[in-house]
Design a protein around this ligand. Structure first.
Ligand SMILES: [Fe+2]
Ligand SMILES: [Fe+2]
Length: 220
């Protein structure tokens, strides 16, 4: 595997994810949802959308990771991705539990989530997978931080704090992989890639702004 300075190898990522799993914040579930009607009406729709987005069995990603790991001879990368998927599933599980406590029905489909999945599933390659994910995770940081600051619910605040802490590492995980993937690209192709990134990022930003999260953000 390419050795880039400051880039963790897959075994180091596995160790990080294991340690992170052992040091999770306590979520005070016993206090209930503890959320006001006004808060709920502002965030319920967006929370349902993000909860769905965090919920996946990870099979498509795992297939892409297996293919990629065997191509570069790094079997430990598959384990690192397994831990990453488990963290996303924990986010979805915690948000889902919060929605249940608040009496809000979980979402089964969401156009933004469907569009996002379609992009990733169209081409089962690590780059096609990691690029939109890191862009969405960047927006997730803004969203969960806004909810954390706005809500009076100790449970929701704790969930958001844990997600925010996890996402910092997730963004680094994706960025490192993209740096490895882009590293040997000729300059012209690198420039094309960066141009496409800008278009995709702008598209995701508009989609988030137009969707329930954007509506909630303007109300919070
Ligand atoms: Fe997440
Ligand atoms: Fe994430």
């Amino acid at each position: 595997m390419d050795n880039l300075p400051f880039v963790r190898n897959s075994l180091e990522w596995v160790a990080y994810f294991q340690q992170n799993a052992a040091e999770l914040r306590v979520i005070p579930w016993e206090s209930g949802a503890n959320v006001t009607e006004a808060e709920l009406s502002a965030i319920a729709a967006s929370l349902r959308g993000w909860q769905l987005g965090e919920t996946s069995d990870g099979s498509h990603l795992l297939a892409a990771a297996r293919h990629y790991a065997s191509a570069i001879g790094d079997p430990d990368f598959i384990d690192a991705v397994r831990f990453f998927i488990a963290e996303e599933q924990r986010h979805g599980g915690n948000l889902g539990h919060f929605l249940d406590l608040a009496g809000v029905e979980r979402a089964n489909s969401d156009w933004g989530d469907s569009l996002f999945r379609a992009i990733r599933y169209a081409l089962p390659r690590m780059e096609v997978w990691a690029t939109p994910v890191v862009m969405v995770e960047t927006h997730a940081m803004v969203y969960y931080n806004a909810v954390r600051r706005a809500t009076g619910s100790p449970v929701l605040r704790a969930i958001c704090e844990q997600i925010l802490a996890d996402e910092v590492a997730h963004i680094r995980f994706q960025c490192e992989r993209l740096a490895i993937l882009h590293r040997r690209r000729p300059r012209w192709l690198h420039n094309v890639t960066m141009g496409l990134h800008r278009v995709l990022f702008a598209g995701i930003m508009v989609a988030v702004w137009m969707g329930p999260a954007g509506v909630a953000g303007r109300r919070l």
